[in-house]
Design a protein around this ligand. Structure first.
Ligand SMILES: [Zn+2]
Length: 492
C-alpha cells in the first residue's frame, strides 16, 4: 500500500473513531438527562427551602452559596463573580385606603420596584379613572396633576401568553412617561391577574423610576372603577414603607468544564438565579437554574470532555434590569470574541419549540445540526426576532452569537412574577425533556467541527437594532438610554 494512502486511511480511521466516540458520549448524555436525576429535588430545595431570591436579599446570597455547593458536589469547578447593582430596593410594608365620606376599603397592593417611600402618614390625593391609559384617555383628562391615576389592564391568561406580557410592558412606557410629565402623584395599575393575585415587575424607567407605582388586586380596582363610574369622588392614601439604598455588589455563579481541544473557545448556557420576592421563582427561573446545574453534573459524571470550554452561568440581578449578565460581559470583555455561542433559558418549563436567533439568521444551519440528535423531542422551528428582556441582551448588544429558548406557555404568563410562581406549577416531565434538548445543544456546539460565524461588528449591531426595531422594547426595560449614550453594548 502506498505510504501516503496508508497515512490517509489511518487518519480517517482515527477521525471516525473520534467522531463515533463523541457521538456515543452525546447519546449517553441525552439518555441520562431523561432518567431520574437530582434536577427535581434541587428545584424543590431552591424554591421551597430557600424561597424567593430578590437580588440584594439574604435569601439571594443563600441561593448563590447553594448553587456553588451544587456544582462543587458534582465535581465541577465553580466560583462567584461580583457585579454592580444600581440601588438596593425592597418593600417593607404598605397600607392603602380608598375612601370618601361614606365609603372606605383597604385593598391589597404591592409597590413596583424602585418606587420611593412615602411620608409616614402617607401620600393622599384624589383617585381618577384613566381607563386604559392610552393617548385618548390622557387627551380627555386634562386635569391629571396631583392625582392618582387608576389604569385598567387586560386580563393576562396563558392564552395571551408572553405576547400579552410584553404588551403590558410596552403600554407602561407611555403611561408612566406621560403621568410623570404631567405631574400625576402616582399610578395605580389594576392587577392583570384574577382572584386578588399580585405581582411585581420592573417599571419602564428601571432604577431611575421616580414615580410611586402600585399594583392593586384586580377585584378591588374594578370596584374603585365602578364607584368612580357611578360619579363617586374617591381619594387614595398610600403608606409605602420602602427601603431604598445605595449601590451595592451582587454575585453571579460561573461554573466551567474546560475544553480539551479549544480551551479558549467558549460555549455558554445561562439561567438567572434571582427572582422577585412574591412567589418562589419556580418557573421564573428556578427550574432552568436546576436544569443547568444538572447538565453540568451529568457531563462530569459521564466524564465528558468537550472540545470547547463549556460555561454554566447562573446570572443574578436579572429581574431588576439585567445587571448580572451585563457584569459578565464587562468582566469578560477580552474573551467575548471567543464566545462561540451563548444560550439563555428563561421561559419556565413549557416545551422548547425552537430558539430565537436574535437577528442572526446565519446561525440556523448549525442550530439545526446540533438539535438533530434530539429531533424526537421536537419539532423545532426557530424565530429570527431579536429578544429584549432577558440575559441574552448584553451578548446581543456586544455582537456575540446568542440564542433564547422559545417555549410553550405552560403556566408561565399567568404566574409570571406573582405569588403563585411556586413548585406546583412546574411541568416536571417536560423540564427533564428540556434538559435533554439543552444538553444536546450545549455539547453539540462545544464539539461542532466548524464554526462559520463570528462576533458582529459595531456596525452590524447598529443595523440589527434598526432592522429588528428593538428600540421600543429597549425602552420598556429602561435599556434604551444606556445604549444611546454608549454606556452599555458595543461602542457605536
Ligand atoms: Zn426570568
Amino acid at each position: 500500500m502506498n505510504k501516503l494512502l496508508l497515512i490517509g486511511f489511518v487518519s480517517i480511521y482515527f477521525l471516525s473513531t473520534n467522531i463515533l466516540a463523541s457521538n456515543k458520549e452525546l447519546t449517553t448524555l441525552i439518555a441520562t438527562m431523561k432518567t431520574p436525576t437530582p434536577l427535581i429535588s434541587d428545584l424543590k430545595q431552591l424554591t421551597d427551602e430557600i424561597g424567593s431570591r430578590m437580588t440584594g436579599s439574604a435569601a439571594n446570597s443563600k441561593s448563590v452559596v447553594w448553587a456553588l455547593n451544587k456544582f462543587k458536589q458534582a465535581g465541577v469547578e465553580a466560583h462567584k463573580e461580583s457585579f454592580d447593582m444600581p440601588r438596593a430596593w425592597s418593600e417593607l410594608s404598605n397600607n392603602v385606603t380608598v375612601f370618601n365620606e361614606n365609603i372606605s376599603f383597604s385593598p391589597n397592593i404591592v409597590a413596583m420596584p424602585f418606587t420611593s417611600k412615602t411620608q409616614k402618614d402617607g401620600l393622599s390625593a384624589p383617585l381618577i379613572d384613566l381607563h386604559k391609559g392610552d393617548k385618548t384617555a390622557f387627551l380627555q383628562n386634562k386635569n391629571i396633576k396631583g392625582k392618582w391615576l387608576l389604569i385598567e389592564t387586560v386580563l393576562l391568561t396563558d392564552e395571551s401568553g408572553v405576547h400579552g406580557l410584553f404588551q403590558e410592558y410596552l403600554d407602561a412606557v407611555d403611561i408612566e412617561g406621560t403621568a410623570y410629565k404631567r405631574g400625576a402623584v402616582g399610578i395605580v395599575y389594576m392587577s392583570s391577574r384574577p382572584k386578588n393575585l399580585l405581582y411585581r415587575h420592573l417599571p419602564s424607567n428601571g432604577a431611575d423610576n421616580k414615580l410611586p407605582i402600585i399594583v392593586m388586586e384586580r377585584e378591588s380596582a374594578l370596584k374603585a372603577q365602578r364607584l368612580l363610574g357611578q360619579g363617586h369622588q374617591l381619594s387614595l392614601t398610600a403608606q409605602l414603607n420602602i427601603s431604598n439604598e445605595s449601590p451595592y455588589t451582587a454575585d453571579n455563579v460561573i461554573a466551567e468544564i474546560k475544553g480539551s481541544t479549544y480551551p479558549d473557545e467558549i460555549v455558554l448556557i445561562s439561567a438567572h438565579i434571582d427572582s422577585f420576592d412574591l412567589g418562589t421563582g419556580a418557573l421564573d427561573n428556578g427550574a432552568n437554574v436546576s436544569l443547568i446545574i444538572d447538565i453540568a453534573r451529568q457531563m462530569k459524571k459521564l466524564n465528558i470532555k468537550p472540545k470547547r470550554t463549556i460555561r454554566f452561568a447562573l446570572f443574578n440581578g436579572e429581574e431588576q434590569g439585567i445587571y448580572g449578565s451585563l457584569g459578565y460581559t464587562l468582566r469578560h470583555a477580552e474573551e467575548l470574541d471567543k464566545h462561540v455561542m451563548t444560550t439563555t433559558i428563561d421561559l419556565g418549563t413549557g416545551k422548547i419549540n425552537g430558539f430565537y436567533t436574535n437577528g442572526r439568521k446565519e446561525l440556523t444551519t448549525a442550530l439545526n445540526k446540533v438539535l438533530e440528535p434530539v429531533q424526537d423531542l421536537g419539532p423545532f422551528a426557530h424565530i429570527n426576532e431579536a429578544v429584549v428582556g432577558t440575559d441574552n441582551y448584553d451578548f446581543m448588544m456586544q455582537g456575540v452569537a446568542n440564542l433564547v429558548a422559545d417555549q410553550g406557555n405552560a403556566n408561565y404568563a399567568s404566574n409570571y412574577h406573582a405569588q403563585s410562581d411556586t413548585f406546583d406549577k412546574v411541568d416536571q416531565k417536560q423540564l427533564k425533556l428540556n434538559a435533554a434538548v439543552i444538553a444536546a445543544l450545549t455539547l453539540g456546539y462545544a464539539n461542532l467541527e466548524e464554526v462559520t460565524w463570528q462576533r458582529q461588528s459595531s456596525k452590524q449591531v447598529v443595523n440589527m437594532v434598526k432592522e429588528f426595531g428593538i428600540e421600543a422594547s429597549m425602552k420598556t426595560f429602561g435599556l434604551y438610554e444606556s445604549w444611546r449614550n454608549n454606556s452599555r453594548g458595543i461602542k457605536h
